[in-house]
Design a protein around this ligand. Structure first.
Ligand SMILES: *Cc1c(COP(=O)(O)O)cnc(C)c1O
Length: 375
């Protein structure tokens, strides 16, 4: 009666929890601000390219994503032969764990970091090592202290999700300089497009001179194509060769390849979306701070807001109150952020509505009336 047995370590794996897409009991249209989807939409040329792909559904896609890799290489000044496209950037992130870590090995990530990293470490039977953040970003000193002879991988999301904080490139270089070369440093730049701090670099320059650094990027955030699942990784030839052996043969759909290619060629659309996002990010940060919330300065398309500990003003209560009004934010108590909410930057109208609702919540003036909240 026992049936097939999975590996022991799979059984204590808690599955990834996505941002909620439906509000519990809301009677108004729902605004989803829980998954860091871009409020500004994809390039219309990308949408048209995905539609065109419907004419070719009877054929397998290009197994190498060659046109997309060439365009990415040209755009970013990278060697296209060392780019691997994947089913979202989750796929290369996952391949890295499967190819480089296993039972007895350690995988380091930040305590407040992308929740997939802990899942990937467990999936391959490795031990996840969560390092405390410093000023909400990854702690270079903390990570260096956590490295042991068993460390195989370090996942570092820069900027960080869910905090929005960023490390300057000088800190990434300091981390790299302190690492033994058996450790693979993975720089996840999912939000790289919306950084405006000049001290930032996503990491390609470091990849080019190291044998143990990989950068991952995605079309899911500022390119606004998450439904098509396209991401990519750039790394040293030896590492990319390993990932290419292990990946599935036709891993990026034809619609995904074509839409991403069109999106890469429409940098004007991307730049406009980033400009609007960053303007709204500044507005929302100031508006929330004015209500007394403790807002972490963000370099992404979301902000993390800290709530007072006082009854009636907690993050859990704010989460439920906004949910009742049809605004879905992200509460991450499982990651140790019980008194914070992560709020994706929405359209100007959505951001003003969220700010008005949270202002009413913090004033205690009652959320039932918050729709007509005082200006
Ligand atoms: C959204 C996100 C990803 C990307 O996911 P995709 O698989 O590319 O959709 C990767 N890393 C971080 C930190 C993210 O927030």
């Amino acid at each position: 009666m026992t049936g097939p047995a999975p590996k022991d370590w799979i059984l204590d794996l808690a599955p990834y929890v996505p941002g909620k897409a439906r509000a519990d009991g809301a009677d108004r249209p729902v605004v989803k601000l829980s998954a860091n989807e871009s409020a500004y939409g994809p390039s219309p040329r990308a949408v048209a390219a995905a539609r065109d792909a419907m004419d070719g559904l009877a054929r397998y896609p290009d197994p190498e994503s060659a046109d997309l890799r060439a365009a990415l290489g040209e755009l970013h000044g990278l060697d296209a032969a060392r780019i691997l496209c994947g089913n979202g950037s989750d796929e290369p992130l996952s391949l890295l764990a499967h190819c480089f870590a296993g039972p007895g090995d350690e995988v380091i990530y930040s305590r407040y970091g992308f929740q997939l990293y802990a899942i990937l470490a467990k999936t391959v039977g490795a031990t996840g090592v969560a390092v405390a953040n410093e000023n909400w970003a990854a702690s270079v000193d903390g990570i260096l202290q956590a490295v042991t002879p068993r460390t195989r991988l370090i996942y570092l999301d820069n900027p960080n999700n869910p905090t929005g904080a960023m490390l300057p490139f000088s800190e990434i270089e300091r981390l790299y300089a302190g690492l033994p070369d058996h450790v693979l440093l993975v720089l996840d730049a999912a939000y790289g497009e919306c950084v405006d701090d000049p001290a930032y670099e996503a990491g390609a320059r470091l990849v080019d001179r190291a044998n143990n650094v990989v950068m991952t990027r995605t079309f899911s955030k500022m390119y606004a194509l998450p439904a098509l699942r396209v991401g990519w990784a750039y790394g040293p030839a030896a590492v990319m060769d390993v990932l290419n052996r292990a990946r599935l043969p036709f891993n990026v759909s034809a619609a995904g390849q074509k839409a991403a290619l069109a999106a890469v060629r429409d940098q004007d659309h991307l730049a406009a979306a980033v400009a609007r996002n960053n303007e709204e990010r500044a507005w929302l940060t100031a508006a929330l701070a004015a209500t007394g919330l403790d807002v972490v300065p963000s370099q992404t398309n979301f902000v993390l807001a800290g709530f007072p500990d006082a009854p009636g003003q907690t993050a859990a209560e704010a989460y439920r109150a906004l949910m009742a009004d049809g605004y879905i934010l992200r509460h991450l108590p499982g990651q140790g952020l019980a008194n914070h909410l992560r709020i994706t930057i929405g359209t100007p109208e959505q951001n003003r509505a969220v700010a008005a609702l949270l202002t009413a919540f913090m004033d205690g003036s009652g959320l039932a009336e918050a729709g007509e909240a005082p200006a």
